[in-house]
Design a protein around this ligand. Structure first.
Ligand SMILES: Cc1ncc(COP(=O)(O)O)c(C=O)c1O
Length: 440
């Protein structure tokens, strides 16, 4: 009996499912790890195969397990662990881990709060504020997005989840970047969808990876056109063209673009939805203006927008006009726009300073846009521990990866170029320490 099979105990569906989740939580079962067959586990536990099958089904429905045909039932690649005490930042450690923007580079909301119109917005009114739609539409059109109706949602992730909920059914496959923002994986899994990993490079998802995922049955493709988190990719016009050519042959596929960092990135947008029949483009306003705004603009083809807006109308109803009015004040303020451009320039400077410092130390790293840098390593946990001992906290690649190789993510949002040199030296030393440690 394997260690894993020994860990899974229980006589009822609920007990077996709980034991599998607990094995996943404490690492006995790793992301991608294979579970015993239904029949095998039923025999070990002395229960009927139907009881085990029901436990697996329940965990698949919740996205904890995925069934991959002849490859059997596996734990989802993303660790679905509640972020717990181990996530607390050790005292004194420099935080390059949490992916936040630099608070000093967010526009002040004080003036906007003083100026917003306080007239009550009543039930039955329009969900979207026309003044905000107009401002966003101009930005989108200027950057080559095909603008359909514009709805406002509670952040980019909320927009993505709403589109998935309307367009796909549990069990459907979705092509996602690998590595990818962990919340995207989590949302896909939580909706009972099956993520298919598409490798990326500096220019975004690889066309042959997209073709492979579509051939495997992906019904949607979620991409980050620039400031890819964690890798930093940004579509080049050539890559976007190659992807559009593939998508033209598959009009049934829903293309979802997550332009989460549009307001604070210098990389040009090269959209890939422009020839697609089913598409959505979501643009976070939170990331650049203030994460606490929880606001994003969503546009897409008429059918998608009709469905998303109809559903929103009966549930959430609308995103508070107080928030929409704040966004109008901020986006129509020339000094805020100047500040956003300055923030984008500062992020370029900080990211490039770290890439240069790492290159000087002979460390390979990636980060074509945005403020994250992706650093391949031999062992994530050993590198993280060695770096923590040297005073720096970075994020484990495990939170973002499916099949791609181990790495850590360093967020440079608040890392001044001078400190980048120090961090690069410490990282190089940590890497050497990890490589020379005797293996056990
Ligand atoms: C790729 C990506 N998408 C979406 C988001 C979240 O955006 P929002 O705050 O609008 O939900 C983030 C936040 O870091 C992100 O990295």
């Amino acid at each position: 009996m394997t260690d894993l099979a020994r860990r899974i105990r229980g006589r009822t569906t609920r007990e077996i499912a709980a034991a599998i989740e607990s094995a996943a939580r404490d690492g006995a079962l790793k992301g991608g790890g294979r579970l015993p067959t239904v029949r095998g586990l039923a025999e070990t536990l002395g229960v009927s195969p139907a009881t085990v099958a029901a436990a697996y089904k329940e965990l698949r429905r919740r996205g904890v397990l995925v069934a991959r045909g002849r490859q059997g039932t596996r734990l989802s690649h993303v660790p679905r662990l509640p972020r717990g005490a181990h996530d607390e930042l050790p005292t004194g450690a420099r935080n390059l881990r949490d992916g936040n923007p630099d608070p000093a580079l967010l526009p002040s909301m004080a003036k906007a709060l003083r100026r917003i119109d306080a007239t009550p917005h009543l039930y039955g009114g329009a969900a979207s504020l026309p003044a905000l739609q107009k401002l966003v539409a101009k930005d989108l059109l200027d950057e080559g997005v095909r603008v359909g109706g514009i709805a406002f949602v509670s952040g980019a992730m909320d927009g993505i989840e709403r589109v998935l909920a309307e367009e796909l059914h549990p069990g459907d496959c979705v092509a996602v970047e690998d590595p990818c923002f962990g919340n995207v994986h989590e949302v896909v899994l939580a909706r009972g969808l099956v993520p298919l990993a598409v490798p990326i490079d500096d220019e975004g998802v690889l066309p042959d990876g997209v073709e492979r995922a579509l051939a495997q049955g992906a019904r949607a493709l979620i991409v980050t056109p620039r400031a890819q988190n964690p890798y930093g990719s940004a579509f080049t016009p050539a890559r976007a063209k190659a992807l559009r050519a593939i998508l033209r042959t598959r009009p049934d596929v829903v293309v979802i673009e997550d332009d989460h960092a549009s307001l604070i990135t210098r990389a040009e947008l090269a959209p890939i939805h422009v020839d697609s029949r089913r598409w959505a483009h979501v643009r976070s306003l939170s990331k650049g203006l203030n994460p606490d705004l929880r606001l994003a603009a969503l546009t897409g083809d008429d059918e998608t927008m009709r469905r998303v807006e109809a559903r929103q109308r009966v549930g959430e109803r609308w995103v508070s006009h107080v928030l929409q009015r704040i966004a109008v004040e901020l986006l129509s303020d020339a000094s805020v726009r100047r500040g956003l451009r300055k923030a984008a320039d500062t992020y370029v400077e900080r990211r490039e300073a770290l890439l240069a410092a790492l290159a000087t130390e002979g460390v390979r790293a990636f980060g074509r846009s945005g403020y994250n840098v992706w650093i391949p390593v031999e062992s994530e946990s050993a590198t993280i521990a060695a770096l923590l001992a040297r005073g720096f906290a970075v994020a484990p690649g495990e939170r973002f990866r499916m099949q791609s190789a181990p790495a850590v993510r360093a967020t440079t949002a608040t890392l001044a170029p001078r400190d980048a040199k120090l961090f690069a030296r410490e990282l190089a030393a940590a890497t050497r320490a990890v490589s020379s440690a005797p293996s056990v």
